[in-house]
Design a protein around this ligand. Structure first.
Ligand code: HEM
Length: 633
């Protein structure tokens, strides 16, 4: 494109455009996107124009922000031989049976950081103490509740975790902050670097969970994990009589993933075990000839798709509460013609019209599916967690007009994690914890809002056993991003074609925050750690996360759907069974799932439209203007 146009591009983005060797059309799209960015305009546009912007932006990221790590390791196969989700996530991608299986490389959304700063520059404990540690609890108002916080941990435990080394590192707090650090020093295992055998990204890291949206947080990530959770009768999973997860002789829950669990996560695992078992009952009734294995396989497909759907058209639209995102997420699932059209005519005219789900074949945009380092980094959302769980009394109270159950007690979060958390959960019960979490606002993703109790946390290993070394989580998270060569904030933005900041005032209007940023990073905005930048960034109205994090979501949320054979080519009655597919197609929200297992609970205790907003929030008002014709929210 001529020099006339390039003069208008932010100087630091010119290099990125040149490095990416963009095609003519893409350069044009980039100009449009960049022009809108310069005016800070996209989220203020009417829905239809906002959607066009997001479509252009996503297209650019699909072309320039998918970096494969490690290359192809597997082989082609006949997909008909594997009409089910395997225990370790292999045999999903038709071209390579290993793609997305346990132990494969994390991909990247950009090259590893070129930052000149060292691993300890500045010391992670200084960053954590001065910029992350919670001062006064900031919550999310009525928008997002503690179920929503637990939900995203439930998803993280489905998607990602890094393989560690066996040798440890130690971080010590320097004198300037040591008095404010509950741990003067702490030890942890390094992330294990593995040679990729490729010349572009030479070292990579392995994902110990299956990155597909396959419900591995309840089904396990390999054969032994799967065997542990199954009853091998009628396809069902183990669940205890009180409806919670079974607990083994060591006091550890029996579930697909038990690392760093707390009661909120175990509750969601239990709820979806119940969902799986209910699907098994339904299938057995309709298809009495199916054996245990067949029932298990179909029920897993159905339950995993329900989870993916709840996340896409319920959780995400509460996280990013604007009409444009409401439209965008529904388009991802149903297409622009909407649910009624798709229910009537099936998947026709491609993804724009009918959504990703049910596409003829999976689409990976030329890069084998994986989740990425940058994806993990933007999901560092521990600030969502409160200091205490506020327990509500649902037994003695009768339903009040405002549907708010009386407060029972506040339980410190430390009492709700690990084995102690399991014991406490068994006293509380599934229904009570769901209602309690439903009525409690989650923490806001903001500076100075990292849970205090996580500064001396007892982590659990993959077997659910307490680790001997306590960790300072916010410091550890700063170290992790640097260790895995994830770009720092400004480089991250540039690589996502977002306008970088040139001074602290570009990041935030808060003078106190700017003062603290200067104290830690001086005037060097390039040094700013990603997690701090994501927490400090001015937010778009209605967004509970930063715009920078959102751009990774925009790319990866679609990818999780469109790259998966079981949500595209095999999302059909033959693979799921007719009744199984109907189950997915008639479940629209977490509320539907809760209602199925606790028929009275939401009627009695929930006023809000979504189970992810605080339950006493007023329901969404009917808006008579058709969604696509609405002005900006
Ligand atoms: C009580 C609840 C939770 C506890 C006890 C917990 C604890 C932990 C621990 C100990 C780690 C490993 C740190 C390391 O060695 O690098 C971790 C990683 C992580 N957690 Fe949490 N967490 C909780 C909830 C959440 C929530 C609500 C989110 C929200 C998205 C979340 C997202 C993550 C992510 C993205 C990682 C990085 C995974 C990786 O390195 O691959 N966690 N968490």
């Amino acid at each position: 494109m001529g020099s006339l146009f390039s003069a208008f591009i932010h100087p630091e983005l010119r290099d990125i455009v040149a490095r990416n060797k963009m095609s003519f059309l893409d350069t044009l799209l980039f100009y449009v996107v960049h022009f809108v960015d310069k005016l800070g305009l996209w989220h203020r546009l009417p829905v239809i124009l906002g959607l066009a912007y997001l479509g252009f932006r996503r297209h650019l990221h699909q072309s320039y922000n998918l970096v494969g790590v490690g290359g192809s390791k597997g082989h082609e196969y006949d997909t008909q031989d594997f009409p089910y989700r395997t225990a370790a996530g292999n045999y999903n991608d038709p071209d390579d049976n290993t793609v997305g299986s346990q132990g494969t490389f994390f991909g990247r959304n950009m090259s590893p950081s070129t930052s000149p700063y060292g691993l300890m520059d500045p010391n992670p404990t200084v960053v954590a103490t001065k910029l992350l540690a919670r001062k006064d609890y900031i919550d999310n108002g009525k928008q997002f509740n503690v179920i929503a916080a637990s939900w995203i941990q439930f998803m993280i435990h489905d998607w990602v975790d890094h393989l560690e080394e066996t040798n440890q590192v130690e971080i010590s707090a320097p004198e300037e902050v040591v008095n404010q650090c509950p741990l003067k020093s702490f030890r942890f295992f390094k992330t294990k670097p593995v040679p990729t055998g490729s010349s572009d990204v030479k070292t990579g890291y392995l994902n110990t969970r299956t990155p597909w949206w396959d419900g591995s947080a309840i089904y396990g990530n390999n054969k032994s994990g799967m065997t542990r959770v199954r009853t091998f009768k009628d396809g069902k999973l183990k669940v205890s009589e009180d409806g919670l997860l079974e607990v083994d002789e060591k006091g550890i829950p029996v579930s697909g993933d038990v690392k760093n669990v707390w009661a909120g996560l175990s509750a969601l695992q239990a709820l979806f075990v119940k969902e799986h078992n209910a699907v098994c009952d339904m299938l057995k009734k309709n298809y009495p000839h199916l054996d245990d294995e067949e029932l298990y396989r179909h029920a897993r497909l159905v339950t995993a798709a329900v989870i993916a759907k709840v996340h896409t058209i319920d959780w995400t639209i509460e996280l990013l509460k604007t009409d444009t995102l409401l439209a965008g997420m529904r388009i991802n699932w149903y297409g622009i013609m909407g649910k009624k059209f798709k229910d009537t005519f099936g998947h026709v005219f491609g993804s724009l019209f009918s959504g990703f789900v049910g596409l003829d074949k999976p689409e990976d945009h030329g890069v084998s599916y994986s989740l990425t380092e940058e994806f993990v980094s933007v999901y560092r959302m521990h600030a969502l967690l409160p200091e205490e769980l506020v327990l509500r009394d649902i037994k003695s109270a009768t339903a009040s007009k405002d549907k708010i159950p009386p407060l029972l007690k506040e339980v410190p979060m430390k009492e709700m994690i690990g084995k102690k958390g399991s014991q406490n959960l068994s006293k509380i019960g599934l229904e009570q914890i769901m209602v309690s979490m439903g009525h409690q606002s989650s923490g806001a993703i903001s500076i100075w809002n990292y849970p205090s109790w996580m500064r001396d946390l007892v982590p659990q290993d993959a077997n659910g056993e307490d680790r001997p070394d306590l960790v300072d989580m916010p410091s550890l998270e700063i170290y992790r991003d640097r260790e895995r060569e994830v770009a720092r904030y400004n480089e991250f933005r540039r690589n996502l074609l977002l306008i970088p900041i040139s001074k602290w005032e570009d990041l935030t209007d808060d003078k106190e925050v700017i003062k603290a940023l200067r104290e830690v990073y001086g005037s060097d905005v390039e040094k700013l750690d990603l997690l701090v930048g994501l927490s400090a960034e001015k937010k778009i109205k209605g967004f509970a996360i930063s715009e920078t994090a959102f751009v990774i979501f925009l790319l990866m949320a679609s990818r999780r759907l469109e790259a998966d054979r079981f949500l595209t080519a095999n999302f059909n009655a033959e693979t799921y069974t007719k009744k199984g597919l109907e189950w997915v197609n008639t479940t629209e929200s977490l509320k539907n799932v809760i209602d199925r297992h606790f028929p009275d609970t939401t009627r009695k205790w929930m006023s809000s439209s979504s189970a992810f907003s605080v339950w006493d929030a007023p329901p969404n008002q009917k808006n008579w203007i058709p969604l696509y014709l609405r002005p900006a929210t």
